[in-house]
Design a protein around this ligand. Structure first.
Ligand SMILES: [Zn+2]
Length: 992
């Protein structure tokens, strides 16, 4: 195969090694000086030699796309249509830039600092067709000096909306113009009030010209990398030539680009100093936005001025020279430009002359790539945006033969895994943000994978890198798997925490596992992408998927009924395994790791059946405080305890400091699955806050859910439930107009109430799948009201009809403590009628904590028993001693199945389960990988396989046992948690 990249620069690499080698030889000659202090002369000599040779060490691409990756891509292009489509798409998307001359490109990339697209508004349609702070605009390289509103198509700049305002940066001599509303111009003393607003309600500079510069810079940056990739694949010099033009132009304007924020602030100071200041102040625990003299940070409406200083709003998180948010602000763009440089640095024109001349290369490296990298390395952050810096450090480290930078990237990557991921690989924020953080940090993993330190390099901590493996085993591998293990039916992300509704499985994580780790992951990729490898591939596949990669044909998606031991979320997939999923969101807040993007939803429930979302978590409205047209914050509702399927206590939000859940029961049997957890500090006024969720299989392939929720403490208990479906026949229940408190009244409309007698049954139609909710409690009242139907902050979504929200309410009597045991049945069905014929409470005793239900199905009666002890009690025909039991009796009264967990006895007629103990506790001597080595002999170990081992003192969690011997217990899928002892839950199922 013909490869255009020559290997001419090896000589330079040897020189660099010589330089470092010389330094070490020198220090060897003066051993008394080698303990950390080299003589100044040696340092100087080393520096001089290193500077001479540290331009680049090799002419062949060595960062994101190495020579082998390029060869791989070319082979994929040869063999596969999907690969050719990617390259064709690149060609089509660069047609416009290929038609431009160098001077046109120079003109397009502005001298003046770009503005922002974030939180901008269209003055023509804001409040009508677009939401305040969420204007969406189109920009086209063919008409680069205008933007058009995506909602009303109005084009800007526009005489009707002139940019009359001016923001001056006198020290560095830049000025920015912006639009002012008519009201603002007429009431100059109240201009902040009348200005268009950013996210929330702060006034912002609406600058069409700034927005256009931002789009131009973003476009040129993105074209630059695409052109470089095209050069790598095709070796056509014309592509490399444009890359050089763009890089050189950026190198000349970047030094003058000022730090500016997504809220329109600009720092009127040398940008390198701004970066240093922000990094320093944030590292000291101060503001993200640094600490600058007053008026150094300029804002069109005078924001961010404090008594003695000014701050650049939101620091690196929301400010940059080139880009203000997204992929690590400037980290992403500079990284892409560095990779583009790497791909073309040795390109030659048709006559064999190098396209990139020495002066231009010097500018690109010093004024753009290094300057940007130095700035961004001031931001030492494990946040889901800050992680984008690691890839930049690694790239520059490799390009410049500066292994310290590569080590820095690796160390921060490891810290991120330890501090921002749970021990089971789940990200500490949300499913949506797990995919987001991965998208920001994934290049760092690619860069580090296979990396070896240069010969002779001796890192300070003595840890040399040789062929680093980032993907086999370990927490990063688990994190990629977690994005599959958690999936809801239809390969959708479960809507938990700040996760957008209708988010599909993250195909990239599956692709990376398939390409890098192979084996069964190859099969999983085919399932997740829903197409054979030969027919579909992402850009990642183009570079990294071996052309001959083939699935084994046997693996399936790892969708199990399980408790995720670090994330503290449980999922039952019983009933129709392929399209059912019932999640118990145990959750936590700042208990074991730093958590963000979680919601006040400890012990909330969400449920999919027959492939449809039946009981919903509302999802993620917006991460930026965006307001509804009426001024309420949409995210306030979607994250609130009040909008989740859980028990709200005293009409308050759950706590968000050091709170979470402890796992108590987890059991899986052929006809029934159960999980139980209790809240820790969720409502500090409650001594008990415990939920038990059960899926019971019913005849004819149906199933139903039993939901028990025990609450003790507080004065008001409201069991909260809602479904997105259309309510059916609720009007026939004798609804009366009702009042709700101001807290609820802020979000619920048309409240009506029922005074229940016996059970109350409500139904919904979810696009052809019915849902029946049977409330077993004779509560003080049941409220039905309209709750917001929207789940996202878009005008179309806001137009959706409301959903029906149910509150089952108990209020404490004067002076008496309140204890409630809620019980409900949730039955989905596609058939004519619900699988449940009738149901009643047999026992509901808050004193002992016993709840027992009788559920009548077609030809079968189920007895469901939940207690907090092992005392033997009678329930109809059943005698049970244990914390959870189920017995099914046929029409003739014969027991046909029985299940017992954490108990010793269950009897019904001839059916009998007798266990020697409710659980088995054994001491642990040591923990190695997935195995606990025991300190005492484990009896009957074979019977314990498949059961859950409960561990930890808080959070208490659990692992499913995969294998056991008399001396050890090994768990499935995750590293076992080190502990002193484990409690193995005993359980047994008998049935036909
Ligand atoms: Zn508009």
């Amino acid at each position: 195969m013909k490869i255009g990249y020559r290997r001419m620069a090896k000589g330079l690499a040897s020189l660099a090694i010589l330089a470092i080698g010389a330094a070490f030889c020198f220090s060897a000659l003066f051993p008394w000086l080698s303990k950390g202090v080299l003589p100044t002369t040696v340092l100087l000599l080393t520096t001089v030699i290193t500077l001479l040779v540290c331009r680049t060490v090799s002419a062949e691409p060595s960062t994101q796309y190495k020579l082998a990756d390029i060869e791989n891509a070319r082979e994929n292009v040869k063999q596969y249509e999907w690969a050719r489509d990617i390259v064709d798409e690149w060609k089509a998307s660069t047609a416009s830039v290929m038609a431009k001359s160098r001077s046109e490109i120079d003109e397009l990339i502005p001298d003046l600092t770009p503005g922002t697209h974030y939180g901008q508004n269209c003055p023509h349609c804001v409040g009508k067709q677009s939401l305040m702070g969420n204007g969406q605009f189109d920009w086209d390289a063919e008409r680069p000096d205008e933007i058009a509103c995506a909602s009303c198509e109005m084009v800007f700049p526009n005489k009707e909306y002139p940019e009359t305002g001016v923001l001056e940066c006198p020290k560095l001599g830049q000025r920015f113009t912006y639009y002012e509303t008519k009201e603002e111009l007429e009431n100059p003393e109240k201009r902040n009030e009348h200005a268009l607003k950013w996210l929330g309600d702060q006034p912002t500079m609406t600058s069409f010209t700034g927005h256009i510069r931002d789009r131009k810079v973003d476009w040129a940056r993105s074209q630059c990398l695409t052109l470089a990739k095209l050069y790598a694949i095709t070796e056509e010099p014309a592509y490399a030539e444009r890359v050089v033009w763009i890089l050189d132009r950026f190198a000349s304007v970047y030094p003058n680009y000022l730090y500016h924020s997504y809220d329109g602030s600009v720092a009127d100071l040398d940008p390198a100093k701004v970066a240093e200041n922000m990094g320093k102040i944030e590292a000291e625990g101060g503001s993200r936005g640094g600490r600058f003299p007053k008026e150094t940070v300029r804002h069109a409406y005078g924001l961010h001025q404090f008594e003695n200083h000014s701050e650049l709003f939101n620091g690196f998180w929301g400010a940059g020279r080139m880009s203000v948010h997204g992929k690590g602000s400037d980290a992403g763009p500079i990284f892409y430009l560095a990779v583009a440089y790497d791909l073309i640095r040795d390109a030659e024109d048709g006559s064999g002359n190098r396209i990139l001349d020495g002066d231009a290369e010097q500018r690109i490296l010093e004024d753009l790539i290094l300057a940007g990298c130095r700035d961004m390395e001031h931001w030492v952050s494990l946040s889901n945006k800050g992680t984008a810096v690691y890839g930049l450090s690694a790239t520059v480290g490799i390009l410049r033969n500066e292994p310290e930078r590569v080590h820095r990237a690796w160390e921060l990557f490891q810290r991120m895994l330890a501090e921002r991921y749970h021990h089971d690989g789940f990200y500490s924020e949300s499913p949506g943000y797990s995919a987001h953080n991965f998208s920001n940090v994934r290049e760092a993993a690619d860069l580090l994978h296979g990396y070896s330190d240069p010969e002779g390099y001796e890192p300070e901590d003595g840890r040399r890198f040789e062929n680093v493996d980032m993907y086999t085993g370990g927490r990063f591998n688990l994190s990629l798997q977690s994005l599959m293990r958690q999936l809801a039916p239809g390969r959708m992300m479960p809507v938990i925490g700040d996760t957008l509704v209708n988010a599909h499985a993250d195909i990239l994580s599956a692709e990376v596992l398939a390409c890098r780790a192979g084996g069964d992951f190859v099969d999983l990729l085919e399932i997740v992408q829903d197409a054979p490898l030969s027919e579909k591939g992402s850009e990642y596949a183009l570079w990294y998927r071996p052309p001959n990669l083939t699935p084994t044909g046997s693996a399936e998606l790892p969708l199990n009924s399980e408790w995720f031991p670090g994330w503290h979320v449980g999922v039952l997939r019983g009933g129709r395994a392929k399209d059912n999923a019932l999640y118990l969101n145990g959750n936590e807040h700042n208990w074991t790791v730093q958590t963000g993007h979680r919601q006040q939803d400890i012990l909330s429930m969400c449920y999919w059946a027959y492939g449809k979302e039946m009981a919903t978590d509302r999802g993620y409205f917006s991460g930026s405080g965006q307001l509804l047209p009426d001024g309420r914050g949409g995210q306030v509702w979607t994250k609130s305890s009040l909008s989740h399927n859980l028990v709200v206590v005293d009409e308050e939000e759950q706590a968000t400091r050091e709170s979470g859940s402890n796992l108590e029961l987890f059991g899986i049997a052929p006809g029934v699955e159960v999980m139980q957890a209790s809240g820790h500090n969720a409502y500090p006024q409650c001594e008990e806050y415990r939920r038990t969720l059960v899926i019971v299989n019913a005849p004819g392939g149906a199933s139903y859910v039993v939901d028990l929720f025990r609450v003790k403490g507080g004065k008001i208990h409201q069991y909260n439930f809602h479904s997105d479906g259309i309510p059916g026949g609720h009007e026939s229940l004798g609804l009366q107009p009702a009042e709700v408190s101001e807290t609820w009244g802020k979000w619920l409309e048309r409240p009506q109430s029922i005074l229940p007698e016996g059970t109350t049954t409500l139904t919904w139609d979810n696009e052809g799948v019915n849902l029946e909710l049977t409330l077993m409690n004779e509560a003080d009242r049941v409220i039905l009201a309209d709750a917001p139907g929207w789940r996202l902050g878009t005008p179309e979504e806001l137009a959706k009809p409301p959903v029906r929200q149910v509150l089952v309410e108990y209020r404490a009597e004067e002076g008496a403590p309140l204890a409630t045991q809620f019980a409900s049945l949730i039955a989905p069905y596609e058939a004519e009628a619900s699988p449940i014929r009738s149901a009643r409470m047999l026992v509901n005793d808050t004193e002992s904590g016993v709840v027992a239900l009788e559920v009548k199905l077609e030809g079968r009666t189920d007895y469901i028993i939940s207690t907090k002890d092992q005392e033997v009690r009678e329930y109809g025909p059943v005698s049970a001693g244990g914390e959870f039991a189920l017995v099914s009796v046929d029409a003739e009264g014969k027991a046909i199945q029985g299940y017992l967990i954490k108990g010793t006895t269950l009897k019904c007629g001839e059916l009998e389960i007798a266990l020697p103990a409710a659980n088995t506790t054994v001491k642990v001597a040591s923990t190695e990988g997935k195995t606990w080595v025991l300190d005492e002999e484990l009896d009957e170990h074979e019977e314990l396989i498949g059961n859950y081992a409960i561990v930890g003192n808080g959070p208490v969690t659990g692992f499913q046992i995969e294998s056991a011997t008399g001396k050890s217990v090994s768990v499935r899928d995750y590293p076992a948690l080190p502990c002193d002892s484990i409690e193995i839950l005993r359980s047994e199922w008998v049935g036909e």
